[in-house]
Design a protein around this ligand. Structure first.
Ligand SMILES: Cc1cc2nc3c(=O)[nH]c(=O)nc-3n(C[C@H](O)[C@H](O)[C@H](O)COP(=O)(O)OP(=O)(O)OC[C@H]3O[C@@H](n4cnc5c(N)ncnc54)[C@H](O)[C@@H]3O)c2cc1C
Length: 513
């Protein structure tokens, strides 16, 4: 039994299917994808596979995200190169130029469309640049950025000995403060502090006052992803592999609108009594021998029995499921200690990407931390898919969606964009706009991922619970929010942990036959 049809759940299902096991995916929403969603601006439809679609959720893929790229390839979805660091697709090589040449605090994009001039609004005026070197030379000698460089050196030295995996002596120190605490200790200029606050919003979709410094340090060290995060996107949109997988598996295997309400551990006698209704036996004759261990109930009254359950979903989503009473307390407690970030993308769509012809990348950052914007056009930008997109994250997200006047706040963003794009009036000539606020999605309750507040990761019981996917015999928790080695918080982490849980089930079943 698999709960959830996001990347983790469908990667698990695909692996079980390849191994020839019987299974069912129960998905609460009326669509597969979870925190991944395509949107077709020309029709206003969601969940459509098209080169003219944009992604309102997860989008970018690093070359190191090989599990995700392989899963997408299995469903005929190729990546396309969005990076200006032009190089053969999937060559496996690491590049250091020019992305690594940006200042350490720079959290703008490095996509192909950013070949044109980018904009950084500072308190001393606006800086335009097309290369990291130009950005550096324009900021040279300005006290705020000199101080940020010095803080960057301190950061580099402190995170060098940090271990990603095993708790070391640094963990309690780093986990004892928030990133805001570190910022206040090492940066005195308020503008410099705001730059790092905006960086934190870009990294974790959350304010640094909420995030453990240990988490920030791990992100900067590359513990969760091996860089070049914006190298690729997927043809047809990042929901394309998930829609294709759902279609290939069929409606009897992926059951939409099936919200799981409870997972109950069956006693031995109950398991024996339910021996006839299973979801994962490989062979007809094995069916009689294998006893289910869990009863899974759905909101529509469905009751399922399974020997293995792979539960995916954000921590708040899993907290909404009544779990077995014998779930280890460290796991139950950990889920309560992993809040979600606040993230939304505000898109404005145009009939053409007119800014490109003006030599503008539309890559805009501001040191007051209000917002950051980029060219987020579809692969094919000619069919209404030309898009300017501004991130609404952390406090910016709350301010935007809590504002009494939605038109006014949208106007404010447009004014910011227009000022950034040389006052061009075409900014206001958009054909439509859209913003899906992930904290409002009742099955995710936030994005990009569950994050750590101070004092959680360095507590060995919580780290142990985070790192252990199998919570009770045969009950797995998988997904981007949980430990996956590389790719935590990313689509990659979701695929890896879903596949790993499925592999264990396959192995156990093989041992039985
Ligand atoms: C705005 C935004 C930008 C992002 N950018 C990127 C990016 O550029 N690159 C990247 O790699 N990642 C990005 N991410 C993160 C990425 O989208 C997620 O990490 C990943 O999609 C999570 O996959 P998952 O399968 O673990 O969880 P989910 O996608 O949340 O899937 C869980 C599924 O379980 C279902 N579910 C929940 N509760 C129940 C229940 N009770 N019963 C049945 N089903 C249930 C949900 O409906 C959902 O379909 C971004 C996310 C957002 C929102």
């Amino acid at each position: 039994m698999v709960v959830g049809a996001g990347y983790a759940g469908l990667a698990a299902a695909h692996a079980l299917n390849k191994a020839g096991l019987d299974f069912v995916v129960l998905e609460a929403a009326s669509r597969p994808g979870g925190r991944i969603r395509n949107y077709l601006p020309s029709t206003g439809e969601y969940d459509v596979v098209s080169d003219s679609a944009v992604e309102v959720g997860g989008t970018f893929v690093s070359p190191s995200h090989t599990a995700l790229l392989t899963f997408a390839a299995d469903f005929g979805v190729p990546p396309f190169n969005t990076s200006r660091r032009v190089r053969p697709l999937l060559d496996g090589a690491r590049v250091t130029e020019p992305a690594d040449a940006y200042p350490w605090w720079y959290w703008g994009v490095d996509t192909e469309s950013s070949m044109g001039s980018s904009v950084l609004h500072t308190q001393d005026g606006t800086v335009t640049f097309s290369t990291p070197q130009q950005l550096r030379s324009q900021l040279k000698g300005r006290p705020v950025f000199v101080e940020l460089e010095a803080a960057g050196k301190v950061m580099e030295t402190s995170i060098a000995p940090l271990s990603c995996e095993a708790a070391d002596d640094l963990w309690p120190d780093f986990d004892g403060i928030t990133f805001e605490g570190w910022i206040r200790q090492h940066v005195q200029h308020e503008e410099g502090r705001n730059v790092l606050r905006a960086m934190c919003r870009g990294m974790i979709a959350q304010e640094p006052a909420q995030v453990s410094f240990l988490s920030t340090a791990k992100s900067l060290k590359g513990c969760w992803s091996a860089g070049d995060d914006d190298q690729y996107r997927m043809r047809g949109g990042s929901q394309a592999p998930l829609l294709a997988a759902t279609k290939a598996l069929g409606a009897s295997k992926v059951r939409l609108r099936s919200a799981v309400r409870s997972i109950r551990a069956l006693s031995g006698a109950e398991g024996a009594a339910h021996g006839g209704r299973m979801a994962e036996e490989p062979l007809e004759e094995a069916k009689k021998k294998i006893k289910p261990r869990y009863e899974v109930s759905t909101a529509d009254g469905g009751v399922w029995h399974a020997r293995y359950v792979i539960a995916t979903g954000s921590p708040p989503a899993l907290l909404g499921i009544s779990m077995p009473a014998s779930l280890p307390s460290a796991d139950a407690q950990l889920l309560q200690r992993m809040p979600m970030g606040e993230s939304a993308k505000l898109f404005f769509f145009y009939t053409s990407a007119w800014w490109r012809a003006e030599g503008l990348s539309a890559n805009v950052l501001a040191t007051d931390g209000y917002t950051a914007c980029m060219d987020h056009s579809a692969y094919d930008a000619t069919n209404g898919g030309a898009a300017l997109m501004c991130w609404l994250e952390g406090a910016t997200n709350l301010a935007f969606f809590d504002a009494p006047n939605a038109t006014k706040v949208r106007e404010d963003v447009l004014t910011f964009l227009q000022t950034s794009l040389n006052g061009d009036k075409r900014v206001r000539a958009y054909t439509s706009h859209v913003a899906l606020n992930w904290p409002d999605d009742k099955f995710a309750r936030g994005a990009y991922t569950g994050f750590f507040t101070p004092g959680v990761q360095s507590q060995p019981h919580f780290w142990g619970a985070f790192a252990r996917s199998e919570k009770m015999p045969g009950l797995f928790v998988a997904g981007a929010d949980y430990y996956a080695g590389l790719g935590n918080g990313y689509m990659e982490g979701a695929v890896r942990s879903g596949e790993a849980a499925a592999a264990t089930c396959v192995q156990r079943m093989a041992m039985r036959s």
